[in-house]
Each structure stands twice: as structure tokens, then as C-alpha cells.
Design a protein around this ligand. Structure first.
Ligand SMILES: Cc1ncc(COP(=O)(O)O)c(C=O)c1O
Length: 299
């Protein structure tokens, strides 16, 4: 499936010297949007080929990945099980994300934060399988080799749509699976910029090197636009997103795509990009996690 490549007029009064386009992966599917569609695609095919009818995965209470896996399970006929970080949440009222997961038929299991840290360990996973039966296990955030194979398809699409090679392709970075796929398929003339949405010292490890197979010079991880850390915001970020949305009619959210675009416009104003550079930003979706703060009237 092909997402559109949309040219963007500068919505801000300050001039920028780049040609900016948005790769609208957010429009790939209403609920399995953005990088989730790319990451799940080959995994679902593998699960089906290997005869599994159940997907099991992991996430926090606001996880876009849990939400997309639940939606994909319903759409493509898999049972889904979500292992959720935080056993204190089991009795609490469900937030919007977890409510939607359950509405898609996902069975939620809440585990303590200590247990959750073992999610990659074979013994822990074997224990889960013993409880729930055979299942295809997707890692937290959905990043694995098949996910990277999916995200590696974005740049060839962009090149075919543009009819030329872009100078820069940008995406937000959480676990690193999306940016690893971009860097894997980027031609030598294209710089990949990953806007990291969490603080370097947050204890969260990027899973980029293991999927690398690309020249390190092609990838630049930009760490200056996390706005205080994962899921943190600043008034400037919120103001930026509101203005962008009002002027372009394109919705963003505050955890990933808002931070990336804030960073791109800021870098452009500071003269980071060469004059006239073609810059493509990948809209990785995630709108289910859009803050209500963005829809409230400006005080
Ligand atoms: C909407 C959205 N954009 C970007 C990312 C970051 O992707 P990755 O984890 O592959 O770095 C995520 C989360 O994983 C996401 O939900």
C-alpha cells in the first residue's frame, strides 16, 4: 500500500529555505497507522505462515503499538494479548488506549514493573506461553527484523513518488526500528535524520545497531527536541502543533510527530539545511495518543 507524499507550504511567518514534504503514512489505515502498519505487515504474514492465531505483545498504558496490534488482530483475524506495564492499573479505570485495545478484543494482562523488565527473557516468555497457549510474540514497540524490513520500504516509495532522491528524510525515534529501516534503504545522497523523543539518559536503549547494515554516516540522531523527555511537552511544542494543525489541516500528536516537525522547522530557521534542500518528513501516525490539550481552545 502506498501513502501519499504531500508538499507542505511553510505555515509559519518565519521563512525557511527548504522544500518540505510530508510522507502521509498516518493515512495508511485509520487505526493501524503510520509506522505501525509498516512494522506489523511482515510480522502478521509470518505469524500466519507459521500457523499462529494469536499475537502477544508488550506495552505501557498509552502504547500506540498495543493499540495498533489490537486493531490489526481484529482486522486480520488474530486473537491478541497485551502484556501491560504496571499491575496497579489492573483495577484502575481504563484509559482511552486500553479501552480501545479491549474493544478490539485484546486480552490485557497487567504485570509489575519488575516483571515487565524481563519481557525479552526466554524464561519469562515461556511462562507466558504456558499460561496463554502458543502465540506469535512481538517485542515492545514492535521493532524486530521483519518490522525493519517494513520500514525500509518507505524511502524507495519516496524516491519513486518524487522522481528524484531526497536530500533528507526525517522520522521520530522511539525504539529506533523506523529510523533503522530508513537508514538501511537510504541512497548515499540521502541523509536520514532521526528525532529522538526521549532523553539520552532515560535508560531506554535504542535498537538501531543490531538492524544497522548501513553506513553510520547516513544517519544522524538529533537529541535536542525531546521537550524534556518521553511524552513530556513544553508550551512551545503545544503552540507549534496547534499552529501547524490550524494552518495545514494536518493533525499531529505531541509524543512523536509534533517533536519531529518542531525540530525540522527549528533546524531550518537556524540554517542547518542547505538552501533549497528537499526534506521529507515521515508522518508516523500515533494520533490515537493525541493529547486533549491540543483540542482545547487557546486560553
Ligand atoms: C507514532 C509513532 N511514531 C514514531 C514512533 C517511533 O518509532 P520507533 O519505535 O520505531 O523508533 C512510534 C513508536 O514506536 C510511534 O508510535
Amino acid at each position: 500500500m502506498l501513502s501519499t507524499l504531500q508538499p507542505l507550504a511553510n505555515p509559519f511567518p518565519e521563512p525557511v529555505n527548504i522544500r518540505l514534504l510530508l510522507k502521509r503514512d498516518d493515512l495508511l489505515h485509520p487505526h493501524i497507522s503510520g509506522n505501525k502498519w509498516r512494522k506489523l505487515n511482515y510480522n502478521l504474514l509470518a505469524a500466519r505462515d507459521q500457523g499462529f492465531d494469536t499475537l502477544l505483545t508488550f506495552g505501557g498504558a498509552f502504547s500506540n503499538h498495543l493499540y495498533a496490534t489490537a486493531a490489526a488482530g481484529q482486522a486480520f483475524g488474530f486473537r491478541t494479548i497485551g502484556i501491560v506495564r504496571g499491575d496497579e492499573l489492573a483495577q484502575a479505570p481504563r484509559n482511552k488506549t486500553l479501552q480501545a485495545c479491549e474493544a478490539y478484543g485484546m486480552r490485557l494482562h497487567f504485570v509489575s514493573r519488575t516483571a515487565y523488565r524481563q519481557k525479552e527473557e526466554a524464561a519469562f516468555q515461556a511462562g507466558l506461553i504456558a499460561q496463554v497457549g502458543p502465540c506469535y510474540i512481538l517485542p515492545e514497540g514492535g521493532t524486530n527484523e521483519l518490522a525493519v524490513r517494513g520500514t525500509a520500504e518507505i524511502i524507495p516509495e519516496i524516491i519513486a513518488q518524487l522522481g528524484t532522491v531526497p536530500d533528507f528524510v526525517c522520522c521520530p525515534v522511539g525504539t529506533g526500528g523506523t529510523v533503522a529501516g530508513l537508514a538501511r534503504s537510504a541512497p548515499a545522497e540521502t541523509q536520514v535524520l532521526g528525532f529522538v523523543v526521549l532523553k539520552a539518559d532515560s535508560g531506554f536503549s535504542l535498537q538501531i545497531d543490531e538492524y544497522a547494515a548501513f553506513a553510520p554516516t547516513k544517519l544522524n540522531l538529533i537529541q535536542d527536541y525531546h521537550s524534556g523527555g518521553y511524552a513530556r511537552t513544553t508550551p512551545q511544542l503545544i503552540e507549534f502543533i496547534r499552529t501547524f494543525e490550524q494552518k495545514t489541516g494536518i493533525l499531529l500528536e505531541q509524543v512523536y510527530t509534533g517533536k519531529m516537525l518542531f525540530g525540522i522547522y527549528d533546524l531550518a530557521r537556524r540554517g542547518y539545511f542547505p538552501e533549497g534542500a528537499t526534506v521529507v518528513a515521515v508522518h508516523t501516525g500515533g494520533l490515537q495518543g493525541r493529547s486533549e490539550e491540543l483540542t482545547m481552545p487557546i486560553p
